[in-house]
Every structure is written in C-alpha cells, then in structure tokens.
Design a protein around this ligand. Sequence first.
Ligand SMILES: [Fe+2]
Length: 213
Amino acid sequence: MSSPRVEALRTTLREIYSPRDDLLFHGWHHITFVTRKSLEFAREFDVDVELLEAAALTHDLNFITNVKSSVDDGREIRAEVLSKAGFNEHEIPDIENLVHGSSTEFSGGDISDSSKVLSDADKLFKVLPVSPMILSARYITETKVDIEKWADRIIRDQKPLLDADKYFYTKMAKEKYLTWARLNLEWVEAVKQSLDDPDVQLFLKDCKDLGYI
Ligand SMILES: [Fe+2]
C-alpha cells in the first residue's frame, strides 16, 4: 500500500500521462512497470520506499515536454508535481539525486542503493521478451527507422554493460532477469547479422513496398 502522498502523486501523473499515447517506450505503462519492479528489487536493501516510489513514478517526466530530452531536463516538472503531492524542499532534491543517479546517461558512477534499484527496473523494461513483439515492431512501423541504425544503437548501449557484468546492479535482477537481457542482445545481434543476407534484404524491400516498415 502506497503512502497518501504517493497516491496523490500517482493521481496527478495519471492525468498528465493519459493523453500521451505517443510515448511508446516511456508512457504510463512503462512508469507503472518500473515502479512495481523498483519496489520488488528494493527488498534487497534498506531504502526509503516512499522516496523510491516517488522517484520511480517521476523518473521519465522529461519526456513529457520533449521526447529527445535528458533526465535532468525533467527537474522542474518533477519538483512541481512532487511539491503538489506534499513532498518538501529537503525530500525533492533527494528524489532528484535518486533519479539522476539511476539514469544510464550517467552510469558507471558510485550510486545509492535506491538508484541501483530504479536503474535495474528501468533497464529490465528494455529487455522484456514481449517488448519486441509489442513495442519494437510498432516503433519500427510508425517511425520507419533504419533497422541497422536501431540495432547498432542497442548493441552499443547494452553489449559493454553485459560483457562487463554491469547490466544489473541488484542480486535479484541478476538472478531473475540476466537471461532476458542476454537473450535480447543476442536477438538484436541476429537482426543486424541478418541484414547482410541478400534474401533478407529482398524480404525487407518487399515489406517496405507494402508499407510495413
Ligand atoms: Fe524509464
């Protein structure tokens, strides 16, 4: 059961997110998933669960104003909704630090246990086995993105972390979900490899002519 302040925050955020069905990877479905998983991974540590939940719920608010923005661009809107929900001037910077530390944009540093938990939940979403079916397919169809560039970006982001065994921080995420992370990378590498096959190239050309990609 969440605190009354978190419930108030959730209500405000649901209103902000509900008209935004364009946020395929960072919409309300992502926020609620990451929040649930953060709370699950938090059982491994002694962390302030209320602040963690508030951080998880607000961690991607920067995408509300600009889909190409950076996590720190959400500082102002985060402070606004947190203050409205009753979080004070000492707690808001703590939540901001928690969110900042969890971002993969700044990964590699010495981050708090709460940031580790949020980071793992956020990264888990990227490697869910159902995501290629539901999100990646739609993303490629809607944006007509170059598949090779899309694959290159994912490999560039995920491979170094997996190779160095740094994809997840928490024991729980490593034990339960590392297989999914590895599988996702293998799948993307196979996608990239398949682009060299002349018959796959012809198949993709047909898909393009049909407007699928
Ligand atoms: Fe996220």
